[in-house]
Design a protein around this ligand. Structure first.
Ligand code: AR6
Length: 179
């Protein structure tokens, strides 16, 4: 499924983010930046040890990465040249600033993608796995943040949402259809 916003193509697919042929893929990391399960584990496994080495160097330089923020490393063995490691909020009922932190994570990823001159970037559904953020609410925040940023024409040709289940795909598809 596709939508054009500004001069950017928004694309919805179901699949494995480690296999996407884009300039940058986003990782749903944690504040340690040292890897974990879910999409984080998959990216480090597929990309190899170079990504973890770079993450360690970043933490040594600037410390842990708080929720809402992101950092960028190379892509190691991945097809993507860059990995943007975003830390989403842990869901805690919804009244502890989770929405704003999730939105910041998406916006900061897009800014980092632009800063490394990526013209295509793929996102997983940040925070909706181990961190428990409800998928409908998260997808709406993700979609709105991306749409808002690319409304002003920018150098991003494509932003891809990569869902990992049919259920998540349908949630995003409803957003694409209603726009
Ligand atoms: N490609 C695309 N999406 C995936 C893949 C994949 N290969 N694998 C899982 N997903 P999660 P979070 C989906 O738990 O909620 C880690 O341990 C998954 O189905 O990976 O932000 C980190 O180190 C879900 O829809 O990330 C942190 O400690 C989405 O990716 C913590 O989990 C996000 O699920 C972060 O939790």
């Amino acid at each position: 499924m596709e939508r054009i916003v500004g001069r950017t193509r928004l694309v919805l697919v179901e699949g494995d983010i480690t296999r996407q042929e884009v300039d940058a893929i986003v990782n749903a990391a944690n504040a340690s930046l040292l890897g974990g399960g879910g999409v984080d584990g998959a990216i480090h496994r597929a990309g190899g040890p170079q990504i973890l080495d770079e993450c360690r160097a970043i933490v040594a330089r600037q410390g842990r990465c708080p929720a809402g923020q992101a950092v960028v490393t190379g892509g190691g063995r991945l097809k993507a040249r860059h990995v943007i490691h975003a830390v989403g909020p842990v869901w805690d009922g919804g009244s502890r600033g989770e929405d704003d932190l999730l939105r910041s994570a998406y916006i900061n990823c897009l800014r980092l993608a632009l800063s490394v001159a990526a013209s295509s970037v793929a996102f997983p559904s940040i925070s909706t796995g181990a961190y428990g953020f409800p998928i409908e609410r998260a997808a709406r925040i993700a979609f709105d943040a991306v749409r808002e940023l690319v409304q002003e024409p920018c150098r991003l040709d494509e932003v891809r949402f990569v869902t990992f289940s049919r259920g998540d795909l349908l949630v995003y598809a409803r957003l694409f259809e209603s726009t």
